[in-house]
Design a protein around this ligand. Structure first.
Ligand code: ATP
Ligand code: MG
Length: 425
């Protein structure tokens, strides 16, 4: 019996994995510039953490979690998202007591959701996310949004749309919530079962429903922006003014609500507008969560963050046909002919690697022609040929595949010779 990969997961093979590394390296470099530091948390957490933070009424908690009991009869869950664990760790490690606030963190790693697999939707996917916890300065909202836009920009994506909204503070949300109930209640039986439940539990999330999105009442639903109190309005205006100040373009969409319960004030998403991207265009989601730290047992510490998946990032790069500036990698392939030369090539390839070059040799006892072909296939910048004659004269024939030129190089100078030539162009 053959065993296949589980549904909704994928193997990232060489040829693709370089793209992942490339995006991760850009994201990490932008985080360095913005002075965010990496945090690594476990892949599983107590189930209770997600129930309490993401929210009991959300799709994630109700339908999508990979929950299991361990041998000690604890209920554990493979993390469906990153914020809950980061905030748990913030509280547990008393990061609220650190001198420098906000605490600025980033994370990356696999997340797990039991979803219906389709293009851009996996059961295991990799998120990159950022959290800034401990400040309520609207400048930090603009910073976090600017950070993710910089990551996309550095990667070369252009066809992006940034959408933002304010969900307001608790007072504004309560008023809006009442208005939503008044709006939907008379016709709630025309909506899906989930929405009927949402009406009383969390009517805001009706606006986020994928099944009922075309219902007439969705278009006329009361806008949160009309229910923002003075404070919330002023906060939102500051955020947009700071975005203007750093030249970030955005669209305000009062219908943008986020799936998770813990958001308030600023909410945002980045979409791809590339042609042929497919039905799911959201690349990144984020927002402010001022009550979450307290909800998880810490002191009041307002936070904001975002997460995107590398899967959708790569899909956007492919849809926009952005070049991948990926180094093919191999600097030198050593072609060895005859037993003595093959023996010598073992230490020779090691010398090159020690000198920092990527080097390869033949392990299949192939003839010269096949070795040369292998060198070609592997895009070696240099092919170095070591035959009997070369070996007795302590030299090696080096072909520069880019220039088409050829040199005789003393064996013990091979590494230096290659490095000098590579630095020259
Ligand atoms: P969606 O509306 O597409 O289900 P979401 O609101 O559930 O997204 P978030 O929880 O906000 O998504 O996660 C942030 C980002 O993570 C998304 O914008 C998307 O890029 C990515 N993401 C979410 N779920 C998946 C998945 N199943 N597969 C791949 N990427 C995902
Ligand atoms: Mg989802």
């Amino acid at each position: 019996m053959s065993v296949n990969i589980p549904r909704g997961t994928q193997d990232i093979l060489p040829g693709q994995s370089e793209k992942w590394q490339y995006i991760e390296s850009i994201a990490k470099d932008v985080c360095r510039r913005y002075h965010y530091k990496e945090i690594r948390t476990p892949i599983f957490e107590h189930t209770e953490l997600f129930k309490r933070s993401v929210g009991d009424t959300t799709d994630i908690v109700q339908k999508e979690m990979y929950t299991f009991e361990d041998r000690g009869e604890r209920s554990l869950t493979l993390r469906p998202e990153g914020t809950a664990a980061v905030v748990r760790s913030f509280v547990e490690n008393k990061m609220f007591g650190m001198a420098d606030q906000p605490v600025k963190l980033y994370y990356t790693g696999p997340m797990f959701r039991y979803e219906r697999p389709q293009a851009g939707r996996y059961r295991q996917f990799v998120q990159f996310g950022v959290e800034a916890i401990g400040s309520e300065d609207p400048a930090i909202d603009a910073e976090v949004i600017g950070l993710v836009m910089d990551i996309y920009k550095m990667a070369g994506l252009k066809k992006l749309k940034l959408v933002i909204n304010s969900l307001g503070d608790a007072e504004s949300r309560t008023k809006h919530r009442e208005a939503l109930i008044r709006h939907f209640e008379p016709h709630i039986e025309e909506f899906c079962g989930d929405c009927q439940m949402r009406l009383k539990q969390n009517p805001l999330r009706i606006l986020d429903c994928k099944k009922d999105r075309d219902h007439e009442l969705m278009k006329t639903a009361p806008s949160i922006l009309d229910y923002l109190n003075e404070e919330s309005k002023a906060y939102f205006e500051k955020v947009t003014a700071y975005l203007d100040a750093v030249g970030i373009q955005y669209t305000i969409d009062p219908k943008l609500v986020r799936g998770l319960d813990y958001y308030n004030h600023t909410a945002f998403e980045v979409m791809s507008e590339a042609e042929g991207f497919g039905a799911i265009t959201t690349l990144c989601g984020g927002g402010r969560y001022n009550g979450l730290v307290q909800q998880l047992g810490g002191p009041e510490s307002p936070g904001i963050g975002f997460a995107f998946s590398i899967e959708r990032f790569i899909a956007a790069m492919e849809a926009e046909k952005v070049e991948w500036p990926i180094d093919k990698g191999l600097d030198c392939f050593i072609v060895a002919l005859g037993d003595a030369a093959k023996d010598r090539s073992v230490s020779l390839v090691h010398e090159l690697r020690t000198a920092g070059l990527s080097a390869e040799r033949d392990y299949q006892d192939r003839k010269m022609k096949a070795q040369l072909k292998a060198s070609d296939r592997q895009h070696a910048r240099f092919t170095a040929i070591l035959g009997e004659d070369e070996l007795t004269e302590n030299r090696i024939t080096v072909k520069d595949m880019a220039e088409g030129s050829q040199d005789q190089v003393p064996l013990n100078e091979l590494a230096n010779y290659l490095k000098t030539k590579m630095e020259a162009n």
